[in-house]
Design a protein around this ligand. Structure first.
Ligand SMILES: C[S@@+](CC[C@H](N)C(=O)[O-])C[C@H]1O[C@@H](n2cnc3c(N)ncnc32)[C@H](O)[C@@H]1O
Length: 268
């Protein structure tokens, strides 16, 4: 039974499982393209497509310092580092994910462009005004105190820097069925309406620049069936129960109870 946020995510042997699946599909593990990891290392609705939209939206320069809060096993962090040339630091609550992020980055030869450490969105382990851009993808559903979370994102972002949040947002009031991809039970699940984020952001001194609901993308993404099973899926990260999590999310998205939304803020 889930007894903390991170116990929903943690498991041993993540990198081993990924390496085995890639080797089985014929990948050369000594010469691995970072794109080969995309099926398992982008743990958000829309996968790589959504990360690309985020990269296009953010004006990241090679000299920028980027923080990816709740980075998981580091897929989005590595993608942003590759796409922009900026150095990306990832933090995550789950130690097994942080270890996997470090090992996978070495495996694909990217250890100089990214770094990872354990840390929480509600107590970010950095000084004030360090990062030009802060991203947070599909993490807020695990954070009850949105005001503390937003004030922490604001604190570590430089003045006039950009904060991008891509979260599953509560739209309707119908009960959600569990497990969801972010929580096995309701006790650790806090999907909130966009208004709650925006209110917390405003109180933290952030200005909302843009808000985009990706419900349409989500409906397509969550119901699409690939012609052939990819070498890697989120099942390799989360285990066989992931199918039930995805199905429950697909239903909630179909019925407009929740939707993935991107919100871009400017630090004051
Ligand atoms: C659904 S996954 C998303 C991972 C990654 N952002 C991505 O899009 O691939 C949610 C992640 O948030 C992390 N997480 C949950 N609560 C957190 C918190 N308070 N601070 C930092 N990370 C957190 C989990 O450990 C998990 O890695």
């Amino acid at each position: 039974m889930q007894d903390s946020v991170e116990s929903h995510y943690r498991s041993s042997g993540i990198v081993n499982r990924i390496q085995k699946a890639l080797a089985k599909a014929g990948h050369d593990l000594k010469n691995l393209d970072p794109d080969a990891l995309a099926g398992a290392d982008e743990f958000h609705v829309g996968g790589r497509k959504a990360t690309s939209l985020i990269a296009d939206e953010l004006d990241i320069h090679a000299t920028d310092c980027v923080l990816d809060v709740g980075c998981g096993i580091g897929g989005a962090s590595r993608f942003l580092a590759r796409k922009t040339g900026a150095h990306v630091t990832g933090i995550d609550l789950t130690p097994e994910f942080v270890d996997a992020a470090i090992q996978l980055s070495k495996l694909v030869g990217m250890e100089d462009g990214v770094n990872f450490q354990q840390g929480s969105a509600t107590g970010i382990p950095f000084e004030k005004n360090v990062f030009d851009v802060v991203t947070m993808l599909h993490v807020g559903m695990n954070v009850e105190d949105k005001l503390l979370m937003m004030s922490e994102l604001e604190r570590v972002c430089k003045p006039a820097g950009t904060i991008m949040i891509y979260d599953i947002i509560r739209k309707g009031t119908d009960a959600l069925k569990y497990p969801m991809p972010w929580a096995t039970i309701e006790k650790f699940s806090f999907p909130d309406p966009a208004a709650k984020y925006i209110e917390a952001a405003k109180a933290s001194g952030l200005v909302l620049l843009k808000q985009v609901d990706h419900g349409k993308l989500a409906k397509k993404f969550l119901t699409s069936v690939p012609d052939e099973l990819p070498a890697l899926t989120l099942g390799h990260l989360m285990g066989p129960n992931f199918m039930a999590m995805r199905d429950n999310l697909a239903l909630a998205v179909r019925d407009d109870v929740v939707s993935p939304v991107m919100m871009t803020f400017r630090a004051g």
